[in-house]
Design a protein around this ligand. Structure first.
Ligand code: UTP
Length: 403
């Protein structure tokens, strides 16, 4: 093992690595320790919150306005789809710890009287656009090392839910070690650290690593619509959204919904030092959260739903830039000092993640595009309560989807 790694282990007094025989470290563990970015540990001890700029409101293109121009937008969007200029990116590398389902979240059966898997429902949604555009839309699915095999097999077993397999690609995101609250790396097994997916912000870098940027170029894909796995009403490659963004001249677009209350726990679209950005609910002062414009609507009243459109050339420009690192508390199973596997009921560890919402700030401009919440936003985050399996089922039913 490299001398520097030994020093790092000793200097940071790693309690779960005590007893490690340096001459005899399992190969996998040795590689992980060598690839690990030890500077992350300083972040744990020195948790300075990220410095943010000056926030100002950013108006959205509202539904009333969109309705008036809907057909113009639709025509533009459909033309781009037909010409093969738009690809879709399904972010499915998360671990869904809040849902407590130990497989990939997309494999969750949201059906009641019949089987309806989350992946299946998303493919149905995409298929509607395929029918309308009369063109297959290339779909790129990001998985993590933890769920890649299961996800691929699941799609294969279900015959890609009727989608054309030739238009589907999988790619795997990177992993980073999780640490306990004192900065000790956790072990998941005797030959591996407890590794976690590195957040949803690294998706484009991971695409490049998988050489999919070359495919984008070859196919002439100019726009990517990125979306989360866990919104079962997600409209994917929505021609109206695509058309509106293209015609606005913006290099990115974000679907937003009107917040249900000033303190709703969603990130809101805003300007930060004059650039498009997303302010987290906990970063808004109560005055900002409550502030209204003349017509009485909230100034920071449009929440993001993790459905973004990016122009590929701009993604290429920012691909090498560093993104802010977020430290998130999660429940991470680990081997304790006696070698016993623990499955914590409460968060016990920090994960290091970059987030896609930070990409918006890296764009020159962004079109916030309002959509009807009841029709397009049914997140499955928790097993029960808010944004849960129950609420998503209810919303599916209200939208006439048999479950
Ligand atoms: P969440 O922020 O809800 O995270 O992901 P999560 O890991 O799925 O769930 P919890 O917080 O542990 O309960 C939002 C979207 O980003 C994807 C998820 O799959 C989901 O589509 N994601 C998240 C990734 O693709 N990779 C990640 O590392 C994290």
């Amino acid at each position: 093992m490299k001398e520097q790694i030994r020093k790092n282990i000793e200097n940071t007094n790693q309690k779960y690595l005590k007893g490690l025989v340096y001459e005899n470290v399992p190969e996998r563990l040795e590689r992980q320790l060598e690839e690990m970015d030890w500077s992350y540990l300083d972040l744990v001890h020195n948790k300075k919150s990220q410095q943010r700029g000056k926030f100002e409101p950013l108006a959205a293109t509202e539904i009333s306005e969109i309705r008036e121009k809907e057909e113009v937008y639709r025509k533009e969007g459909l033309a781009a789809l037909k010409a093969g200029k738009v690809g879709a990116i399904l972010l499915a590398g998360g671990q869904g710890t809040r849902l407590g389902f130990d497989k990939a979240k997309g494999m969750f059966n949201i059906g009641v009287n019949k089987n309806l898997y989350i992946f299946e429902q998303l493919i149905h949604n995409l298929m509607q656009v395929k029918e309308e555009a009369d063109a297959w839309i290339p779909l790129y699915i990001m998985t993590s090392e933890k769920n890649d095999k299961d996800t691929r097999e699941f799609f294969e077993e279900h015959d890609y839910f009727g989608y054309n397999r030739d238009y589907i690609r999988f790619f795997v995101q990177e992993m980073v070690p999780a640490v306990d609250f004192d900065g000790n790396v956790l072990m998941e097994s005797e030959d591996s650290l407890a590794m976690s997916p590195n957040g949803n912000g690294g998706w484009f870098k991971s695409m490049i690593k998988a050489h999919l940027d070359e495919e984008l170029k070859e196919k002439g894909i100019e726009w990517l619509n990125v979306f989360a796995v866990d919104n079962v009403l997600q409209r994917i490659a929505d021609p109206v959204f695509i058309g509106a963004t293209i015609l606005s001249g913006c290099v990115s677009g974000a679907k937003v919904v009107r917040k249900v209350s000033p303190d709703e726990r969603v990130g809101a679209m805003c300007l930060e030092d004059g650039k498009p950005s997303i302010v987290e609910y906990y970063e808004l002062t109560p005055e900002m959260a409550e502030a209204k414009n003349e017509n009485g609507s909230l100034l920071y009243g449009f929440g993001v739903i993790l459905n973004y459109l990016f122009r590929v050339d701009k993604l290429m420009d920012i691909a090498e830039k560093n993104m802010p690192l977020h430290i998130v508390e999660k429940k991470v199973p680990y081997l304790d000092e006696n070698g016993q596997l623990n499955k914590p009921q409460e968060p016990n560890a920090y994960k290091f993640e970059t987030l896609i919402l930070d990409m918006i700030y890296m764009m020159d401009n962004c079109l916030p595009f309002e959509v009807e919440r009841e029709k397009e936003f049914a997140p499955v985050k928790n097993a029960t309560g808010t944004d849960s399996v129950e609420t998503a089922r209810e919303l599916l039913k209200r939208n006439g989807i048999a479950i």
